[in-house]
Structure formats: C-alpha cells, structure tokens
Design a protein around this ligand. Structure first.
Ligand SMILES: Cc1ncc(COP(=O)(O)O)c(C=O)c1O
Length: 467
C-alpha cells in the first residue's frame, strides 16, 4: 500500500494517529512474514492470536539448552522446572498489575478450564448466579453447577442495535443478592460476538451489593490492558493463545485470595494435596494455586507464557489499541456504507458501528439486493477461496446470537420441546426448526498485527458481493 493510494490517504485523514503504530508494520515484515508469504488475510484474532517467530525461537532455545524434569521434587531438573513455572506465575501477576498479596494465578488448560474451576467449586447453595445474555458458552455452562446446587440463575438481557446491557436492569438485579447464600455475577469484559466492552465499573457496583464478580477477560486482554490494581474482580479468566498465539493449551484463573478461600473443590488429584490417605480416608488440600492445578502442569510450555507476555509489553497496549481502533473504525465505516444498486445495504452489523467502547471484532450478516440474507456459510466458503480467515456461526455465544438474529424464547421452546429433539439436535435441524432464520453471523476480527492491506482485501471481497 503506497502513501499516495487514495484510500490510504482517506484512511489517514480519518485516523491520523495510525502512523504511531508503525512498529507493528515493521514486526509484521520480520516476525509475522509467514502471513504475507502465504498470502493470508487473517481476520480471526478473537478465535486465536498469532505468535511472533521470536517467541518460538526463545522458547526453543530455553528447551534446547536446559534439562527440565517434572516439577515439585528436590532433584535439580525438577527444581529448574519449578523455578521457571513459579517465575511465570509471578510474571502473570506483574503483567496484570495484580498485588501478589491480593491475587494469585492458577494455570489452567484454557479460559474454559478456568471457568470450570470456579463453577464446580463455588458455594452456590441458596445463592444466585447472575450473568449477561452476552457470554461465552463456558460462562453459560456454569449455570448447570448453579442449578444442580440449588442457586437461582438469572440472565440480564442485552438490546439491539448496540447489544449493550440496559443499566437499570442490571442495577435492579444487583440490588437483590441472596441473603442466605453466596452471589456470583459473571460477564465478559469484551464480547466475543459484538466486541462490546462492558463497563468495568460494574465490578465495584456488584461488590457494594455483596456479589463476587467473575470477569471473563478472554476476548479483552489480547488488545486491552487489564489493570488489577484499578479494578478488582474476584475471578478473571483468560486463554494465553488468544493474547499471543503460542503456546496453545494454557490459560489462567487469576483469583483474589479472599474469594478463592470460598471455593471448595469437588475432588482432589495429584498435585492438589499435601497429604491424602487411603486407609484414613482423609486428604488435605495444598495451599494457594496448587490446590487448583490437577496433576502435572504443562511445565515445558508455561515458560513460553512469560515470553509471550514480554512480547506484548515490547509493543505496548497503547500501540495495539490505536492499531485496532483505527483499522476496525475504517472497516466499520466502509462496510456500513456499502449498498447494492437497489439501494439496499450489503451488511448489517450487530453491535456498535462506531469505535466507542468496542473492540476490533465486527459481527455482521450480508444481504442480497432484495434484502434477503445471504447464508453465512456461503460467505465463509467464498472467503476461504480468497484465503481470508474469518469465522462464522454464533461463536459459542448463543445469548448474543439469539438477540442479534431475533430468535425468540417461544421459537426456542417450540424447537427444544419437540419430541424428536429430546436428546439430540444438529445445527441443521436447529436451523430448520427456527424456520430457516439465519442461525449465525460472520465475524471479522482485527487484531494486534492486522494491517491496512488486510482490511482493504476484505473490503474488496465484500464489494464482490454487491450486485
Ligand atoms: C469471551 C470468551 N470467553 C471464553 C472463551 C473460551 O476460551 P477457550 O476456548 O480458550 O477456553 C472464549 C473463546 O473464544 C471467549 O472468546
């Protein structure tokens, strides 16, 4: 893209601070060259972040130059592994500005693993579980633990067009904690469907009303600084591959010590206890994070987390945010203004169409010139042919999907109570059952190393759908 390209000139006029993110173009050419060599237009950063080549080299060198054994013994190779794991744990807290006297970091297989730890251990009896419609299924799934243990489950709706929560609804529910049990409020700091950033101010408001807060930060932390010296959720869940691409298979539950003390694990496992007896039928949980890390942790990959976090720090969240803000803004401006010859809009965006309080993902459906929805699976096939990686469906966020697509409670009840749908329901059956309505959307997500050309390629693809 040359500096004289008229679109680029227009883009710079609209987003004049974009050039402050030049460091990312330099990195893209060196650390992420594989994207352009392979002709990839990668627009699925909410699905997974991308690693820099140097992350791999640093990690490889560490493994090649040392001998690491299973941690938590006194032998030298075990000690070497323990030291690195504990260092990475400290680094995670430092990265999020979390005071180690207040918070601790538990390594999990992913954000879902972190969410399950909270769900299975939270003292739900006689309590309430409050959550927003806009949540990943791994947060929705906690409701099954809540139901099974007799808590009341309550959803807070979101509304079109912006897909945000009506504050008065939330205030009303927060003001009604259970007096006889514990109360857990869960929401995403950033939606993985609409990219809405829900207010972090809710955390204190919930605390004032006696709620524990579970902040799902999986879609937020790849491009936003979460400062745990400023906001104090009780539980924070993340997946590291979403932040910096490598390694996969690791996430964290960052928990306030006082909230963690409320959790009661439903079992014990190797690594989680100090003493367990067969004949004595007794076990004693280990202290702190270890009580929540089942079996042998991923001790060879955990050191790569520190490498990844340092990579983000070397770029800086301010630069990443500027990048995402400018490119997502341009994408939104252009996509929402595309029209068929008939005057019909090509795309309908679900969620905010300005960059205010939103992240870099854009969820939309596409329409033909008569205004009929184009199946998102067709868009995906066409995008695949153009080597564009985007994602379609409802992104494991059915609450946001149902609101965006106008699927009502009644329609869902009719579908789920039909005798043939008692035990099994395929996606195709589900589509039929909601009367051929669209059951998903297309998500284009801008991330840390997206460049102007990626967005232009996508816009050219979208223009190809115009008639
Ligand atoms: C907001 C949000 N929460 C939780 C998850 C679950 O992450 P994982 O699949 O890594 O467990 C995702 C994944 O897309 C997400 O976007």
């Amino acid at each position: 893209m040359t500096q004289t390209d008229p679109d680029f000139v227009a883009f710079l006029r609209a987003y004049p601070t974009y050039p402050t993110t030049r460091i990312i173009d330099d990195l893209r050419a060196t650390e992420y060259a594989r994207l352009d060599i392979g002709g990839h237009i990668y627009l699925d950063y909410t699905g997974g972040g991308l690693y820099a080549e140097s992350q791999l080299h640093r990690h490889n060198r560490l493994l090649a130059e040392h001998v690491f054994g299973n941690p938590h013994s006194s032998n030298p190779t075990s000690q070497a592994a323990t030291q690195l794991v504990e260092h990475a744990r400290e680094y995670v807290l430092k990265f999020f500005n979390a005071d180690p006297d207040e918070y601790l970091a538990i390594f999990t297989p992913n954000a879902s693993g972190a969410l399950k730890l909270v769900g299975e251990s939270y003292p739900f009896p006689k309590g309430r579980y409050l959550l927003t419609f806009d949540n990943h299924n791994s947060v929705n799934g906690i409701r099954e633990f809540a139901h099974a243990r007799g808590a009341e489950v309550m959803y807070i709706p979101i509304a079109l067009p912006d897909m945000r929560v009506d504050a008065s609804n939330l205030d009303r529910e927060l003001a009604r904690p259970s007096k006889d049990g514990h109360n857990l409020f869960a929401y995403p700091a950033q939606s993985n469907f609409s990219s809405v950033k829900h207010p972090l101010e809710w955390i204190e408001k919930a605390h004032e009303n006696g709620w524990d807060v579970l902040l799902d930060a999986a879609a937020f932390v790849p491009t936003n600084k979460l400062d745990l010296s400023v906001v104090k959720p009780d539980f924070v869940t993340i997946s590291f591959y979403k932040m910096f691409g490598y390694p996969t298979g690791l996430g964290a539950l960052i928990a306030r010590r006082q909230a963690l003390a409320k959790l009661h694990r439903p079992w014990f496992a190797g690594g989680t206890i100090t003493v367990a007896s067969v004949q004595g039928e007794k076990y004693y949980m280990a202290d702190g994070a270890h009580a929540f890390e089942d079996g042998t942790i991923d001790y060879l990959n955990i050191p790569a987390i520190e490498i990844g976090l340092k990579h983000i720090e070397s770029i800086g969240y301010d630069v990443i945010q500027e990048r995402v803000h400018s490119l997502a803004g341009w994408l939104l401006d252009k996509l929402t203004s595309m029209k068929h010859s008939s005057g019909t809009h090509l795309a309908r965006v679900y969620g905010p169409t300005t960059t205010q309080d939103r992240g870099g993902a854009v969820a939309a459906n596409f329409y033909d010139k008569e205004g009929k929805a184009i199946d998102h699976r067709f868009i995906e096939e066409r995008a695949n042919e153009a080597n564009i990686s985007l994602r379609t469906g409802c992104f494991c966020n059915p609450g946001a999907g149902e609101v965006a697509l106008g699927i009502s409670r009644v329609e869902l009840d009719v579908c789920f109570t039909s005798p043939d749908h008692e035990d099994r329901l395929s996606v195709d059956d589900f589509r039929l059952c909601i009367d051929g309505k669209s059951s998903g959307a297309v998500r284009i997500s801008v991330g840390m190393v997206t460049n102007f050309n990626d967005i232009q390629e996508f816009l050219a693809f979208a223009r190809g759908l115009l008639t």
